[in-house]
Design a protein around this ligand. Structure first.
Ligand code: 13P
Length: 252
């Protein structure tokens, strides 16, 4: 069984004092031999949280990066800048970026290419809306989103790629996908990766995201193709996040 990877997505939350308290509590509470843990924090706080994580087993990540190299792109953040600040992960193609900021499949794919070139591990988010699920289009949507990335990604990126299945209707709603439904989509994603990567597909961590809480984490992580979680709301509450990390360890 793959070691679980638990990534926190703080989204646009936090502040200097709150970040310090939350990071301290997480550092204190992460169990020994813990699942791999990543904190993806807002850009302005990367340096603060990165400094606190130094020397620990917890990794730092960002929540977006540009499809461009450095240059005249006001307001954008280049992948190499994130590496300089100590990031080793970056979330790309989150549904909030796709829906609220109009990111396209091609843009997400270009971001992945740049992130990989900079040495980051991209956490590529895919997932269907409620309407798409109701229309029986879940697998088709996930496939389209992922294939856009796989079509342009260099072969060497295989070892770094992480995929997060996040059904849009489950994000922030308290209504997680059932472990069975999530497993079904994860298995489909695994199959898709297998067609491209052969046996290397087994090494690609597939995370589930969408209302993961201490109460449902163990059941989700018990599924064979769910290799960890991408945690939103519960990652802002130290006790909840730690409980989810502990649930990840139980399944090692
Ligand atoms: P919630 O855990 O708050 O549902 O958010 C999930 C998510 O979007 C993580 O990227």
């Amino acid at each position: 069984m793959r070691k679980k990877l638990i990534a926190a997505n703080w989204k646009m939350n936090g502040g200097l004092v709150a970040n310090r308290d939350l990071t301290q509590a997480i550092l204190k509470g992460v169990p020994e031999n813990a699942s791999s843990v990543v904190l993806c924090v807002p850009f302005p706080y990367l340096a603060q949280v990165g400094a606190m994580l130094q020397g620990s087993s917890i990794a730092l990540g960002a929540q977006n990066s540009s499809e461009y190299g450095s240059g005249a792109y006001t307001g954008e953040v280049e992948a190499g800048m994130l590496v300089e600040l100590g990031c080793s992960y970056v979330i790309l193609g989150h549904s909030e970026r796709r829906v609220l900021f109009g990111e396209t499949d091609d843009q997400v794919a270009a971001k992945v290419v740049k992130a990989l070139a900079a040495g980051l591990r991209p956490i590529v988010c895919v997932g269907e809306s409620e309407l798409e699920r109701a229309g029986g289009k879940t697998k088709e949507v996930v496939e389209r989103q992922l294939e856009a990335v796989l079509d342009v990604m260099p072969d060497v990126g295989r070892a770094s790629l992480i995929v997060a299945y996040e059904p849009v209707w489950a994000i922030g709603t308290g209504r997680s996908a059932s472990p069975e439904d999530a497993q079904e989509v994860h298995l489909h994603i695994r199959g898709l990766l297998q067609r491209r990567f052969g046996t290397d597909a087994r090494g690609v961590p597939l995370l589930y995201g969408g209302s993961v809480k201490p109460a449902n984490a163990s059941a989700l992580f018990a599924k064979p193709d769910i290799d960890g979680g991408l945690i939103g709301g519960a990652s802002l509450v130290a006790g909840d996040f730690l409980a989810i990390c502990a649930a990840g360890d139980l399944m090692n």
